[in-house]
Design a protein around this ligand. Structure first.
Ligand SMILES: [Zn+2]
Length: 126
């Protein structure tokens, strides 16, 4: 194992410890199990999408607060059809171009998400 790998493992272990403590506090603050599970789900989503953007050297500034405000703005429904339930985070402009930011992320249903991704791929090929 290289010293870099050892450093990475330590970094990840530290992250896990911090994360576990964070989750314990969130559970207390959320008051209900439903709120807690919802917050954790969205926190994971934001972190995952920011990590993805960061890995691709795109902007990764979206915070959980911004994401919840965006969800409230769309009443937790799909931003494209306004009727489907929110199921995934969608990047309006492809992630590589505009990153995971408050201006670029909207909630989507699976159906619209797939159509939107297809459109983006189509647009990218020109
Ligand atoms: Zn939709």
């Amino acid at each position: 194992m290289t010293p870099e790998d050892q450093q990475t493992l330590l970094k990840v272990a530290q992250w896990i410890v911090t994360h576990r403590n964070t989750r314990r506090t969130i559970r207390q603050l959320a008051e209900t199990e439903e709120n807690y599970l919802l917050l954790i789900r969205e926190l994971d989503r934001v972190e995952r999408q920011c990590f993805r953007a960061h890995t691709l050297h795109a902007e990764a500034t979206l915070t959980l607060v911004e994401w919840l405000e965006i969800l409230n703005l769309f009443h937790w429904h799909c931003a494209y059809c306004h009727t489907g339930p929110f199921q995934v985070m969608s990047h309006r402009i492809p992630l590589l171009q505009a990153g995971t930011t408050a201006a670029n992320c909207v909630p989507a249903c699976y159906h619209c998400y797939r159509s939107h991704e297809k459109e983006n791929k189509h647009a990218d090929s020109y």
